[in-house]
Design a protein around this ligand. Sequence first.
Ligand code: 9WN
Length: 420
Amino acid sequence: MNTRSEALRVLLGNWRGYNTVPAPDLYPHQWSWDSAFIAIGTRHLSPLRAQRELESLFGAQWDDGRVPHIVFDPATPDEGYFPGPSFWNSKSVTGPGVAATSGIVQPPVHALAAWEVFQSDPDTAQRRRFLQRLYPKLVAWHEYLRCRRDLGGAGLVSIVHPWESGMDNSPAWDPALARVRPVSMRRYRRRDLDHADASQRPTDEDYGRYVRLVETYRDSGYADRPEVHEFAVEDPLTNALLAASEEAMAGIADEVGAPAAPHLAELARLREAMVARLFSGGLFHPFDVRSGELTEVGSVAGLVPLVVPDLPVAEELIATATGPRFRAGELGVVPSFDLTDERFDPARYWRGPAWFNIGWLIRRGLLTHGASKLAEVLRSGYLEVAERAGFREYADPHRATGLGAHRFAWTAALTLDLIE
Ligand code: 9WN
């Protein structure tokens, strides 16, 4: 197949006028971090469309600055995805006239995407005042995370639901999630299993816990008081993407005539706090705010801080990435979980399979830190998976078998970006 034209075909097919759905059947709405990755690839197809992708997402931003993890498509029936708009009941907080959304967030990779999109076609962006309009929204978004989500008091962002990590069923969440009482399956119906193989998705027990956490947050009016959150974890990936986005914000600020220095100071502050609090044994780990302990498991989220410029522990991270736990150099892709851990499962979602967005981020981090050879190994490894397996949601890291949804938008978008 011609990979480039197939990737374009997926992006065109999933485009819905203002945004791109991650996958037509399984994910028929707009997702937050998906839109950022999709914009990074779509800029090669149409920089204007890439700008719109981000603008439509930020059009659904809440007054408190949060960018919801799902913006629901009003043309898709409520039962097209669970939990749908009626379950989240976001309008009880945002009021009518605003798009129905979820009430949780996803990792803040948007400023980084906006900066990449701008640079691909500065003329169109300047004519449309793309950055001028987006910058204050990005500032409010980062402020929400910094001010409302520092639940651990160490200057780092806490996620309050595994879905907020974007890596839903990673074993990294198992200990914190075990304390949450699952909602009975009789009270809701999973829709994901209508479209995906159960052995490649989170378990029913996980789902029961996800639903409990949504209910509690929703019933508090989506308040971020620490006592509301049974699950509160400082995730290395979320904090690393916030730091990398602050670097992008410095560039954006320069462009729109705002001071860049506060963004660079914020980047430095986050970097220092992350290394002091989350780094141990060659990898970053999540800090469980409720138990007050680091969860020392080998999630690939712990390698993503490579995207933070001038990371003092980059060499140790690269050694872990290429060592027996992830074997990135040999495999050409990065498994989502430690290969040597008995919980590693090559087919189950975020418990082992390789994902394109994570590979893209780690490659970027390797380039940032001068490891260009390994970066190239990953680039060709992921392109080979796309050629062999098509644009699947994830892949078995050993056999490169494609798994999960077909026509998955960020796989197509980031493949395009790796080709260009
Ligand atoms: C819940 C859309 C999203 C991605 C996440 C991925 C998966 C949703 C789900 O799909 O999560 O948000 O229903 O499983 O884990 O990273 O953004 O592609």
